[in-house]
Design a protein around this ligand. Structure first.
Ligand code: EPZ
Length: 417
């Protein structure tokens, strides 16, 4: 199995541009299933990450034709032959559940198994089912499979018990070809929801309100071709900002949308990191790290749960104490024990982690338990004295395109072996 070997202690210096977002391309690829035109869709700024390739494999298993070259995806789903997603493909990635809405909308039926995904706690899909049933889908389970069918989905008013990102996206896609108007209340407001709305509207959908808690969709007869550039990955951007900060370095990040990182920049400034912003770039200019009273993860525009592990790494070497409350997922502290192997001083009580800053981290052998935990271990390894070896880096490749090449370009001593 591949590993990362990091010699810590180098300050990162330089500039990077960030590619399109993993959490944009996954729902947008699922939404491409709604497009029955013979021309298909062209997608730009697509990161070369494992999860994107898994989603294209799923589309191909349904009959789609997909081509990926130089960060551009051509997707044609004119002849959709199947409504069943195989067990192993479902297990590979939780986001395969995004296909329920589009397949129900296009074919009137879908057969999936419970999705797999990272180990950050049981990730129910009850809100997806509740919304789809409210639109007239009949969902039943048989022998571990979920079978859903609907002659034609009917628009309706839905109130999400929780602003779930995935449920909001699944229901938006289901509503696009439904009869009449659908309103999703208490919708998630993440930028990736706005990206999905813009992509669907580019194909001829009629959606408004993404980015607010109320999304309104008017059903249309069909969707046509389009070319679309997805938004940059705000979580990759935040990860790189923290990599510069933890090494006391300087980094200019270009081609990003700074406003998507408002909560992250505010918290990093509170932790003593100097950051300058323009309308399409952010620059870390150094600063002495100090502990912060509280980092609480929240739905957007609050502090993103996907940067909870990376900021924890940063705070382990800040001066003073910090508290992190993970309010989105019930079990997203798997990185704590691995950080402690590098000499971090962290204790966990329920959903709260208490961090006591230490003078130094020391290299050790650690294991990536999920995508963002792996990213946090890279950050800690960059700052640690000595050598850090990270195993199970396949998790990291799910959401970061060759992260070691970007970091090497900034002066980090990191090797993939
Ligand atoms: C999306 O996951 C992201 N994944 C996650 O990113 C991200 O952490 C999460 O949103 C929160 O921002 C993609 O976009 C592909 P949720 P999703 O539905 O849709 C509960 C990463 O590292 N819930 O908003 O699964 C759920 O258990 C990944 O890039 C229900 O109870 O997130 C969780 O506690 C990790 N019932 C909370 O809501 C449901 O039907 C948030 O889940 C659905 C969700």
């Amino acid at each position: 199995m591949e590993k990362f070997v990091i010699e810590g202690g180098n300050r990162l210096e330089g500039s990077l541009s960030v590619k399109g977002g993993k959490n944009s391309i996954l729902p947008i690829l699922a939404a491409a299933v709604l497009c029955s035109s013979s021309e298909g869709v062209e997608l730009y700024n697509i990161p070369d990450i494992v999860d994107m390739h898994v989603m294209t494999k799923i589309l191909q298993s349904l009959g789609a034709r997909v081509k990926y070259k130089n960060n551009t995806l051509l997707v044609n789903v004119e002849d959709l032959q199947s409504y069943t997603i195989s067990d192993e493909l479902m297990r590979e990635m939780r986001s395969s559940i995004f296909l329920m809405g589009p397949l129900l909308a296009r074919l009137g039926k879908v057969r999936v198994t419970y999705p797999g995904g990272c180990a950050i706690g049981p990730r129910p899909i009850d809100l997806h089912f509740k919304g789809l049933e409210a639109m007239g889908a009949r969902i039943k389970e048989e022998k571990g499979y979920i079978m859903a069918s609907a002659s034609r989905l009917q628009g309706t008013e839905i109130h999400l018990d929780y602003p779930s990102v995935g449920a909001t996206e699944n229901l938006m896609m289901a509503a696009v070809l439904a009869r009449g108007k659908t309103v999703i209340n208490n919708a998630a407001k993440e930028p990736e929801i706005v990206d999905l709305q813009n992509f669907l509207n580019a194909m001829g959908a009629d959606i408004r309100g993404a980015g607010t808690e109320t999304v309104r969709i008017i059903g249309v007869e069909g969707l046509g071709k389009c070319s679309y550039r997805i938004i940059p990955d705000r979580i990759v951007a935040g990860t790189y900002l923290m990599a510069a900060a933890i090494t006391g370095g300087r980094l200019l990040l270009k081609g990003i949308i700074p406003v998507h990182l408002d909560a992250v920049v505010a918290k990093m400034r509170e932790a003593g990191v100097g950051i300058e912003a323009t309308e399409d770039s952010l620059e870390v200019i150094g600063g002495r790290l100090k502990g912060v009273e509280t980092v609480r993860t929240l739905p957007y525009p609050g502090f993103p749960t996907d940067l909870q592990a990376p900021i924890m790494a940063l705070l382990t070497v800040a001066e003073g104490n910090s508290t992190i409350i993970e309010s989105i997922f019930e079990n997203r502290f798997k990185h704590v024990n691995e950080l402690k192997r590098l000499n971090a001083d962290i204790s966990v009580k329920g959903r709260t982690a208490f961090i006591q800053g230490v003078k130094k981290l020391y290299g050790a052998e650690v294991e990536a338990t999920d995508l963002r935990a792996g990213a946090a271990l890279i950050l800690a390894g960059l700052a640690a004295e000595g050598t850090t070896v990270i195993s199970e880096i396949k998790h990291i490749d799910r959401g970061y395109e060759r992260i070691e090449l970007d970091l090497q370009q900034l002066g980090a001593k990191i090797m993939r072996i």
